[in-house]
Design a protein around this ligand. Structure first.
Ligand SMILES: N[C@@H](CCC(=O)N[C@@H](CS)C(=O)NCC(=O)O)C(=O)O
Length: 206
C-alpha cells in the first residue's frame, strides 16, 4: 500500500495525479501545512515529512519526501505504467535531464517570474529566457517534452506551469501543453479527488 500525505491544492495534488496514472491502490492522509501566501495553517505532527511539508509518501515502510524523489521512485518501482524510460533505455538521459531541469531551472524561473524579481536582475532574466526557450523548442517537436511519450517529467513540468502560468509570457504552445497534460483522464480524476481530499480516503483501483 502507498500512503500519500496530502494537503489540497498543493504540490501533493500532482502526486494524486501520478498515483492515478499508475492505477495502484493508495490511501490519502490529509495533513495540514503552513500556507505562506495566506499565513494560514499549521505544520501537522502526523506528517512524516522532515520539514512537515507535502508531498510525502510511505510505501512498504519507505518514506519519500520531495516531489522529484517520489516521481522517480514510483515510476521506477512500477515500470509497467510506461511513464519513465528504463535505466538501460537510451532515452533515460533525456528523461533525467528534463527532471533535473524542472527542479533546478523551471522552479526558480517560475518563482522569479511570479515575484516580479526579473526586472532588477539581468542574471535571473537570462535564466528565465533560457527556460522559456528550452520549453518552446521542445514543444515545437511535442506534444510532450520528450516527443510523443508522456513521462514523469511532463507531470512535474505540466503541473508547475499550470500553477505558475503568469510567470511566463503569453504563448499558445505552452497553453496547449498545459491543457494536454491536465486533460489526461488520470489528471481529471485527480482534480476531482483533490477537491474531496479534506476527508481521509482510500482508493482501490483496478
Ligand atoms: N521541493 C518540495 C517543495 C514542497 C513544498 O514546498 N510544499 C509546500 C506545499 S506546495 C508545503 O508543504 N509548504 C508548507 C511549509 O512550507 O511549511 C517538493 O516539490 O516536494
Amino acid at each position: 500500500m502507498i500512503t500519500l500525505f496530502h494537503a489540497p491544492q498543493s504540490r501533493s495534488s500532482r502526486i494524486i495525479w501520478l498515483l492515478e496514472e499508475l492505477g495502484l491502490p493508495y490511501e490519502i492522509r490529509p495533513v495540514s501545512i503552513f500556507r505562506p501566501m495566506t499565513g494560514e495553517g499549521q505544520p501537522d505532527m502526523a506528517n512524516p515529512h522532515p520539514d512537515k511539508r507535502v508531498p510525502a509518501i510511505v510505501h512498504d515502510g519507505v518514506l519519500l519526501a520531495e516531489s522529484v524523489a517520489i516521481v522517480l521512485y514510483l515510476l521506477d518501482t512500477f515500470p509497467q505504467a510506461g511513464l519513465a524510460p528504463a535505466p538501460v533505455d537510451p532515452r533515460r538521459g533525456d528523461y533525467l535531464t528534463w527532471i533535473g531541469w524542472y527542479a533546478t531551472e523551471l522552479e526558480q524561473a517560475l518563482f522569479a517570474g511570479l515575484s516580479g524579481d526579473l526586472a532588477g536582475s539581468p542574471q535571473k532574466q537570462r535564466a528565465h529566457e533560457a527556460v522559456v526557450a528550452r520549453l518552446r523548442a521542445a514543444l515545437d517537436q511535442g506534444p510532450y517534452v520528450m516527443g510523443d511519450q508522456f513521462t514523469g517529467a511532463d507531470l512535474l513540468i505540466g503541473s508547475a506551469l499550470a500553477f505558475g502560468r503568469p510567470a511566463f509570457p503569453a504563448d499558445g504552445a505552452i497553453d496547449a501543453y498545459i491543457e494536454r497534460c491536465r486533460s489526461r483522464p488520470a489528471a481529471v480524476r485527480a482534480a476531482a479527488l483533490d477537491d474531496q481530499s479534506g476527508l481521509q480516503l482510500s482508493y482501490e483501483q483496478a
